[in-house]
Write a protein of this length. Structure first.
Length: 363
């Protein structure tokens, strides 16, 4: 299949895939099985001679189908062979996956006829972004976009709070499935079925280098759904909890946040030279950890105003303390979400400890 046709197929089908990535929160509750946590009940006995793959961090059924079956579109066959996996978007390190090499052919996808007005590509036959044959994959997980933090300039954007709970007389923290009460109702436009993010006030954030005020950090602690609305109050159920919910946590109208699908760029290298693209800084990590490594989440002081969008990658570096020496390239981050003046990112590579205050350069 030509690179142009492949690009056309990706352009047509990716919006649906991206939307699907953030449809449902992870299955609950987790329990300890053998040596790992999982919401499922994985099998412990397998057919004689079966090929078993133990899931590791970063695996997807799409990737497993590409690796073992030679075609990522065969991923539903792996899912069907492992019925204990209730949601194909959520697989857990340590769980076993039975791989049946006697596969059926993948459904035939008719190659769309290129239409100049709707399908365009600047890539030639052999230079599909330099990644001939490689397919996009999720950058991180839904938990990475729903359970980190937001940077807020104006706290008045949060008109409602968690004002009370069904168990307020003997409990001060709440989790999934518990009932809470909101200080807004029908008069304020709230109605049954409305969904909200639950955010917890953390602290003001200052730039690690300039000291300028960047905003106020709110951690993302969960989601809730309104069960019924009275005139000025509502009753709601917590449907998803990353962290404990407490009285006073603020609410923000829910909207799905897709996990970006990406094709990995050329690996960041210690010898990479400055490329003249926008530069900024790592400005925040949620736990104020000093040494950061792969899979940590961070804020960048770069956003859409600098041309940074979900799926953008950036090199992490430090200025060399010895004058005249090359910069110290430390790793790489991939952008998960982006606002005008900041973005959230996942550390995808780090061969030395990273820290808030390290510099970044868009790749």
């Amino acid at each position: 299949m030509s690179a142009k046709i492949r690009f056309a197929i990706i352009a047509i089908f990716l919006p649906a895939v991206v939307a699907a990535q953030a449809v449902a929160p992870p299955p609950q509750p987790l329990h300890f099985v053998n040596d790992h946590w999982t919401p499922y009940d994985p099998p412990t006995e397998f057919p004689e001679g079966a090929m078993i793959h133990t899931i590791v961090k970063g695996d997807t059924l799409w990737d497993l189908a590409a690796h073992y079956l030679g075609d990522p579109f065969l991923w539903p066959q792996i899912w069907e062979r492992n019925p204990y996996i209730k949601d194909s978007h959520w697989i857990y390190p340590g769980d076993p996956v039975v791989i049946d090499l006697a596969v059926q052919e993948a459904p035939v996808v008719e190659e769309p006829v290129p239409v100049e007005e709707t399908v365009t590509s600047e890539y030639a036959e052999d230079d599909f972004g330099g990644y001939e044959g490689e397919m996009p994959h999720p950058l991180g997980s839904s938990a990475d976009v729903y359970c980190f933090a937001e940077l807020v300039q104006d706290e008045s954007v949060f008109p409602f709070i968690v004002a009370s709970s069904e168990r307020i007389q003997y409990q001060d923290q709440y989790s999934e499935g518990e009932i809470v009460y909101i200080n807004g109702g029908a008069e304020q436009g709230v109605q049954a079925g409305d969904r909200f993010f639950i955010l917890h006030h953390e602290r003001p954030l200052r730039h690690p280098v300039s000291g300028s005020h960047l905003g106020i950090v709110y951690s993302q602690v969960g989601q809730l759904k309104v069960l019924c609305a009275q005139e000025n109050t509502s009753i709601a159920e917590i449907t998803y909890a990353c962290d404990p919910v407490v009285i006073g946590d603020v609410l923000k109208p829910f909207s799905p946040v897709p996990v970006p699908l990406v094709i990995d760029p050329d690996p960041t290298d210690r010898c990479d030279e400055p490329n003249g693209k926008p530069t900024g800084y790592l400005t925040y990590n949620r736990d104020d950890q000093i040494d950061l490594g792969t899979y940590w989440l961070v804020f960048l002081d770069l956003g859409t105003a600098e041309g940074v969008y979900p799926g953008t990658f950036a090199t992490v570096f430090r200025d060399n303390p010895v004058k005249g020496m090359p910069r110290l390239v430390m790793g790489e981050v991939g952008v998960l979400t982006a606002e005008e003046d900041y973005s959230t990112a996942l550390i995808t590579r780090a061969w030395a400890p990273l820290a808030v205050g390290d510099r970044v350069e868009v790749k």
